[in-house]
Design a protein around this ligand. Sequence first.
Ligand SMILES: Cc1ncc(COP(=O)(O)O)c(C=O)c1O
Length: 383
Amino acid sequence: MYIDPFGLERWFAEYEHEADIMLAESGIRSLDAGRFDLNPGKLGYVIPTNGDPEFRASVGDRYDRSADEVLFTCGTQEANFLTFLSLLGDESGLCEEGTGSGTHAVVVTPTYQALHAVPDAFGDVTRVELEPPEWELDSEAVADAARDDTAVIVVNNPNNPTGQYHDEAAMRAVYDVAVERDAYLLCDEVYRLLAAEPQPPVASYGAHGISTTSLTKAYGLAGLRFGWVAGPEPVVKRAWRWKDYTTISPSLFGQHIAKQALGGQEDDILSENRALAADHRGRVADWVAEHDLDWLDPVGVNAFVTVPDSFDDAESFCRAVVEEASVVLAPGHLFGFPDRFRIGFGLPTDELEEGLDRVSRVIEASGGASVEGDAATRSGGDD
Ligand SMILES: Cc1ncc(COP(=O)(O)O)c(C=O)c1O
């Protein structure tokens, strides 16, 4: 079995440790641990190992699903991994009706590499490419790519890297394709709660819907490594069977803090984070316009921006930015688009402003579009 190296992680490994400013992180800035009670009691495994049943029931309510239709995982990454293992590992099918049997996946790209590299290692992947500048989801293209042996259709919504938030009608049209093919629709919804008006999650659509997510991006709690898969019981059960061999149980600290973050603190955390995302989106929009670049005004804290004309491609631009200005951006070739770079703007405001100023200076030094007036006065302040 072969797995492609994770291009973005390797790029981060090359630069993240040494660089001053990380403008390539795709989530919101991390919350301080001091805001939570940090004492979960005795440090055993989480028992039962699929997660506290009452807490799973309350997470299940968010999807109109029961506790047995939720499995707690170490982040969305493990949730996706276990789901792919469950769906593509063999051809036996998961339900009496055979839903999800097959080794073929249709994956809507560009997207987070794990969402196509992992199913490609276990099975066979057909990609359906979103097209710039709107990156719209085309259910007919998905239908054309689906086959009798398609077990799962995969969408990341809101999308990393483009920031496109496919609307509910488009998502339901893709869900219908999954139903027609007796397959599942797996939606990675890790950015969903950064939207001002989040749509219903795909696991609430019906028997063919699976949602994965975590507290990493919208809550600013990447270090918890706490997420879940929610969906039909046969899928969740089979994912649990695989989890016995990966991480056994979710993290005890993760579950302890997740209960607080999804409990009494949730409204405060999400409203703070959405306000930060909206404010920063405005600042980056100004910056993009000042440099004559193009983007889709994104949902979440990621945008996929065109490379300034004075550079050959995203890789040469991003290398110049990190080497001359110690700011890490994510080059678009890692997502199959060498004429774009991904900028993450969820970091603290002063770091964002400093990072944008530094990137401006690299663009100006290369002869690219210059910013009128003093860039430092653009929006100012750490608020
Ligand atoms: C779409 C998507 N899914 C999953 C992940 C991994 O998230 P987690 O920390 O929840 O494992 C990322 C991280 O960038 C992501 O962008």
